[in-house]
Design a protein around this ligand. Structure first.
Ligand SMILES: Nc1ncnc2c1ncn2[C@@H]1O[C@H](COP(=O)(O)OP(=O)(O)OP(=O)(O)O)[C@@H](O)[C@H]1O
Ligand SMILES: [Mg+2]
Length: 259
């Protein structure tokens, strides 16, 4: 038999982890609650985020758009465990990231989150293969390194150094590096920002496939409003606040996006 207290706890847990839509429940993977982030630079105080609350669902492709300085990277850094909130709380599933010890935060970053940056951040004196291996050596349940390179169609360039690869190829290696850790959550900060149109679309296709075929949750930041058309949901930020959040019931295939 279920006690009233236990039922109350179960209901609170369900409210925390599930939200019900018209067709099926969506599991909440990440939750930000009333998050503020202020940077103090000497006399100057920058309010990068103001009272941000947001839920991210498991297996969705969420795109964040907004002008420069609106707080997009700050949000990504907070949910990725790279920075700490000034106030408010952040949960990953039922675990509160904002209450993690330094060791728990390191484990979370290492095992749960993959990062893809605008300028790839590959180690220049390591080959493509070695760049990917570095991330698998630190992780608990890594993917096979060759398999990760195959996902982005870079296995035949595995022995090349970053300087021998084009921007798009380097970004594909960077995605392989992020994926090789087998992360639940993939955080991408302007992953197509340094790429030409065709290469940008190819990289977007890889990210969409990671969501559709491997069930990963992807959060992608962009300046480019056209890219938001591939998202399941779009968050618009302005001056550190969420000013719009909408569903995109029919995401466009990356191949059909024009910018
Ligand atoms: N480490 C920091 N120290 C001081 N101020 C910071 C720091 N990081 C970010 N900021 C400030 O916080 C605000 C939000 O920055 P953030 O990097 O999140 O913007 P963004 O939306 O990612 O912009 P962009 O599109 O240019 O990358 C900006 O005013 C920025 O100057
Ligand atoms: Mg940014």
């Amino acid at each position: 038999m279920c006690s009233t207290a236990a039922l109350g706890r179960a209901t609170r847990f369900l409210k925390l982890t599930m939200t019900v839509t018209s067709d099926q429940p969506r599991r909440i993977l990440l939750r930000l609650q009333n998050v503020d982030k202020t940077f103090q630079m000497g006399e100057v105080k920058v309010e990068a985020l103001r009272d941000v609350s947001l839920e991210v669902f498991a297996g969705e492709f969420l795109v964040m758009v907004g002008p420069s300085g609106s707080g997009k990277t700050t949000i990504l850094n907070l949910v990725g465990g790279l920075d700490s909130v000034t106030s408010g709380r952040v949960w990953f599933e039922d675990r509160e990231i904002t209450a993690f010890s330094a060791a728990e935060l390191t484990r979370y970053r290492r095992d749960t989150v993959g990062f893809v940056f605008q300028f790839y951040n590959l180690v220049p004196n390591l080959t493509a293969l070695e760049n990917v291996m570095v991330s698998t050596e630190l992780s608990r349940e890594p993917m096979d390194v060759i398999e990760a390179l195959r996902l982005v169609d870079m296995n035949d360039r595995k022995d090349h150094f970053p300087s021998q690869l084009s921007g798009g190829e380097q970004q594909r290696v960077a995605i392989a590096r992020a994926m090789a850790k087998n992360p639940t959550l993939l955080l991408c900060d302007e992953p197509t920002g340094a790429l030409d149109f065709a290469t940008g679309k190819r990289v977007l296709r890889i990210l969409v496939d990671l969501k559709q075929q491997l069930g990963r949750t992807v959060i992608l930041i962009t300046h480019n409003a056209a890219i938001a058309q591939v998202a399941d949901r779009v968050v618009r930020l302005r001056s550190g606040q969420i000013v719009e959040l909408h569903d995109n019931p029919q995401p466009l295939p990356p191949e059909d996006v024009v910018w």
